[in-house]
Design a binder for this molecule. Structure first.
Ligand SMILES: Cc1ncc(C[n+]2csc(CCOP(=O)(O)OP(=O)(O)O)c2C)c(N)n1
Ligand SMILES: [Mg+2]
Length: 667
């Protein structure tokens, strides 16, 4: 058996990619054909991974930020021995295959993050590299480096052009994430053609300005040069590295190589045949010679590296049994033993203290209470620490020189912060949170969607949740944001009304395993509502009866967050007028929606049709709960700049208006 050359191995990627795209008549052959040589060098000479255990905690992370080139990673996973059969490769982009259009986390073994929205893969990778560095600082001892791996990223011109790459690469430079190594696919092509008309940055200089270690002008088709550059990048541990690889998109295609026409469409049967001829690939589609499979197979080596690591971990355990147990707990995503008791006790105390606080303050108090028992908590704010109140008493800032802490000063980088947070989640070992004003969730939006799509439990802390923030005015006053966040599938949204609901919302967010959470918190003080034990237990069901009347209610008022106070005051007046009112607090509509029918009926019985919803935001989502006969007190315009009380009054958030609306409903 002859040993295949590097080029032959790379050509296996090219063949699989062009054939799979051709068969699906859909996909992106250009990038995998252009980056095949880089991938061959990285995966065969450097990547530490075990195809038989894609969850090995100390594996190197590989992120394909230019996710349109998904056939590259599918080829690599298939060839190196992951559980991804040739049938799956043949089923590229078909319903229920493990080879979807863009790489999807949880769907394909070995895919570390969902990519496709350009710029976010590199951002997740920054989160992963940060997680690695923090975890290493927290757990490695003496000679025991139980966490010690690289994060490798492939990124194209598109990722470079996206603004988010500036946010995250700038922060990665500042934090000195030395084990982050990015390969830039510098092919001078994006969809519209040669990039000279829209992308002429001096990219190497840009990254040098961020404080990166930049390796310029590497021939992306020269294995020796790539090997040398990768070694150099790995040797530089103080700064992240960017390897600038000059490549030809669609390398091997006589008529489409170097052209945008190879970017995002099948090459065509004729051109595919010409490629076979030109690169000397005589095998039928999806046929890989045994010697090529053997040369790529990474399973034995992977098993070996993992068993060496395991032995190292056992030595570590012998010397540091407590740390080892804590490490295993955290990497398994299990909460500490005393968690439930801590949360329960704090919620009870909070209920008894019955303090009037802004829910952002309540959130900080909750972090003060929960943080000390959760070594996995890590988080920060996009330059609004003092407003978001995301810094808690025992939190320790992460700095370039000392990353053993758990508080991140993200700077004014909402989108980057959110995608980094997802990356930290994906890495494992942490429960990350990220804070800004609710309004600026807009800047972060696609990262929120990606968290929900990937089913990762990132926590987004959004303060200044409505016109109730007052004088900063309509630029800062959230109106439609709450409703639109609720529209994201698999996103849990909480808008608590007081200290107790805030603590429960945090508890639910921390316990979440398969969905992200948005915590929407007020700037202004809110009174604490009285509750019995049963009501406290029902908060986590998303909606519950907060106050009721004797007998059957004539009307139900549903409210969230800061509008609960108003609902309760109006209910009191209505009771005096002899009207029977139930108040339902609905901090999380998505949680309420997944309760069983009996429970939902016990809160909102079908036969009580007279209902009002009160929320300082757009009204449309509330028809689902009040029905066509109900009324909504909401805000369907932009806000106003004025003191909060005046703004609320202006928009009809007064006891008088609520009482009158109820009376109208009853006539
Ligand atoms: C945020 C985002 N915007 C737009 C797209 C659509 N899109 C996919 S690839 C691409 C061009 C990317 O160019 P480059 O990274 O240079 O890829 P190449 O053609 O070199 O493979 C665009 C605009 C996307 N996937 N994500
Ligand atoms: Mg390009």
């Amino acid at each position: 058996m002859t040993i295949p050359s590097r080029l032959e191995k790379a050509n296996a990627i090219r063949a699989l990619s062009m054939d799979a795209v051709q068969k699906a008549n859909s996909g992106h052959p250009g990038m995998p054909m252009g980056m095949a040589d880089i991938a061959e060098v990285l995966w065969c000479d450097f990547l530490k991974h075990n195809p038989s255990d894609p969850a090995w905690v100390d594996r190197d992370r590989f992120v394909l930020s230019n996710g349109h080139g998904s056939m590259l990673i599918y080829s690599l996973l298939h060839l190196t021995g992951y559980d991804l059969s040739i049938d799956e490769i043949q089923n590229f982009r078909q319903l229920h295959s493990k080879t979807p259009g863009h790489p999807e986390y949880l769907l394909t073994p070995g895919v570390e993050t969902t990519t496709g929205p350009l710029g976010q893969g590199i951002s997740n990778a920054v989160g992963m590299a940060l997680a690695e560095k923090v975890l290493a600082a927290q757990f490695n001892r003496d000679q025991h480096n139980i966490i010690d791996h690289f994060t490798y990223v492939f990124m194209g011109d598109g990722c470079m052009m996206e603004g988010i790459s500036h946010e995250v690469c700038s922060l990665a430079g500042t934090l000195g994430l030395g084990k982050l190594v990015a390969f830039w696919d510098d092919n001078n092509i994006s969809i519209d053609g040669e990039v000279d008309g829209w992308f002429t940055d001096d990219t190497p200089a840009r990254f040098e300005a961020y404080g990166w270690h930049v390796i310029r002008g590497v021939d992306g088709h020269d294995a020796q040069a790539l090997r040398q550059a990768t070694e150099q990048a790995r040797g530089e541990t103080r700064r992240p590295s960017l390897i600038c690889c000059k490549t030809i998109i669609g390398w091997g295609s006589p008529n489409k190589g170097g052209k945008a026409s190879s970017h995002g469409a099948a090459l065509g049967e004729d051109e595919v045949a010409l490629v076979r001829e030109k690169i000397g690939w005589a095998h039928a589609p999806f046929e890989i010679p045994a010697e090529i499979y053997t040369a790529w197979d990474a399973r034995d080596q992977g098993e070996n590296s993992q068993s060496v690591w395991k032995q190292g971990f056992e030595n570590y355990r012998a010397e540091h049994p407590d740390l080892a147990a804590e490490f295993e707990r955290r990497m398994a995503g299990q909460l500490p033993e005393n968690w439930q008791a801590t949360a329960k006790q704090y919620i009870q105390e909070t209920n008894e203290a019955a303090e009037k606080l802004a829910t952002r303050q309540a959130s900080q108090k909750t972090l003060n209470a929960f943080g000390p028992v959760l070594s996995e908590i890590i988080g920060g704010s996009a330059d609004l620490t003092g407003s978001n109140l995301t810094l808690w008493s025992d939190a320790k800032p992460i700095t370039t020189d000392d990353v053993s802490g758990n508080y991140i000063y993200f700077g004014v980088r909402e989108f980057g912060m959110s995608a980094i947070t997802n990356g930290i989640c994906l890495h494992g070992g942490f429960i990350p949170y990220a804070g800004t004003f609710l309004m600026f969730s807009e800047y972060a939006r696609n990262a929120l969607r990606m968290a929900a799509l990937m089913q990762v439990p990132s926590i987004f802390v959004y303060t200044h949740d409505s016109v109730g923030l007052g004088e900063d005015g309509p630029t800062h006053q959230a109106v439609e944001q709450t409703a639109t966040l609720r529209c994201i599938p698999n996103m849990s949204v909480w808008r608590p009304c007081d200290t107790v609901e805030t603590a429960v919302a945090w508890q639910v967010a921390i316990e979440s395993e398969d969905k992200p959470t948005c915590l929407l918190l007020s700037r202004q003080g809110l009174p604490c509502q009285a509750r019995d034990t049963g009501q406290i237990q029902n908060i986590r069901r998303g909606g519950y009866v907060l106050s009721d009347c004797a007998g059957e209610p004539q009307v139900i008022i549903i409210a969230t967050g800061s509008e609960i106070e108003l609902a309760m005051n109006a209910a009191q007046e209505l009771a005096i007028a002899g009207i029977k009112v139930r108040v339902v607090s609905m901090p999380s509509t998505d949680m309420f929606d997944v309760q069983d029918d009996d429970y939902r009926q016990s809160v909102l019985p079908d036969y009580i049709r007279r209902r009002i919803a009160i929320e300082a935001g757009v009204s449309n989502g509330w028809y689902k709960y009040v029905g066509s006969e109900g009324k909504i007190i909401g805000i369907d315009t932009f806000g106003e700049s004025a003191p909060a009380g005046d703004v609320f009054k202006h928009f009809g958030f007064t006891v008088e208006n609520v009482v009158n609306t109820v009376k109208e409903l009853l006539t």
